[in-house]
Write a new protein. Structure first.
Length: 173
C-alpha cells in the first residue's frame, strides 16, 4: 500500500472526516477505485447510485475500496454530494493533490473510475465505470484485470503479440 499511500500523502478521510492511513493492515491486498466525480455533473449524478450499489454488494467480498476525488466547485457542493457516498475521500481542501493525481492518470472527463492495486499502485482497469454500467454489472470478472497468459502457451510467441497483450486493459472473457 506504500505506493498508493505515498500518492495521497495522508490526505484521505473517512466518513467521520478523520484522516486514515492507507498503510493500515485493513487496506492490505485491496483493489482501490479512484472515483473522479462532481455534484454539478449530470453523468456523475447518474453513475454514483450505481457505484454505491456495486460497492455495497461487493466491497467486502472482493476486497474493494473507493476513494472519491471531487471536482466540485465549493465545500458545500462537495459535502452535499459526498454525504451520499459510503467510501473514503481525498480531503476537499487538497485540490492541488487532486489535480496532481488527475494529471498522473490523464483524467480528461468525469465521471471516471480507475482501479489500482492497493499495494503496488499499478493500474488494473481504466474503464471500471463502463464495466459496472454495462459490461459486468454483477462484478463476475472484477477487477477486470488483463488476461493472464495461459501456462501452456508457446513461449516463443512473437514479441509484438506479447506487447499487444500487455497493452490490453479490462478485458472480459
Amino acid at each position: 500500500m506504500a505506493g498508493v499511500a505515498k500518492l495521497f500523502d495522508g490526505h484521505i478521510l473517512n466518513k467521520e472526516k478523520e484522516e486514515i492511513d492507507l498503510n493500515n493492515e485493513k487496506y492490505k491486498g485491496k483493489v482501490l477505485g479512484f472515483y473522479f466525480s462532481a455534484h454539478w455533473c449530470p453523468p456523475c449524478r447518474l453513475f454514483t447510485p450505481k457505484l454505491i450499489d456495486f460497492y455495497k454488494k461487493y466491497a467486502e467480498e472482493k476486497k474493494f475500496e473507493i476513494i472519491f476525488l471531487s471536482s466540485d466547485n465549493d465545500q458545500e457542493s462537495f459535502d452535499e454530494y459526498y454525504k451520499e457516498m459510503p467510501w473514503l475521500t481525498l480531503d476537499f481542501n487538497e485540490q492541488d493533490k487532486k489535480d496532481e493525481i488527475e494529471n498522473k492518470f490523464e483524467i480528461s472527463g468525469i465521471p471516471k473510475l480507475i482501479l489500482v492495486d492497493g499495494d503496488t499502485g499499478d493500474v488494473i482497469c481504466t474503464d471500471a465505470r463502463e464495466q459496472i454500467q454495462s459490461r459486468d454489472k454483477e462484478g463476475k470478472n472484477f477487477p477486470w484485470k488483463e488476461k493472464a497468459k495461459d501456462k501452456d502457451e508457446d513461449e516463443n510467441k512473437d514479441k509484438d503479440k506479447d506487447k499487444e497483450d500487455e497493452d490490453k486493459k479490462c478485458s472480459v472473457t
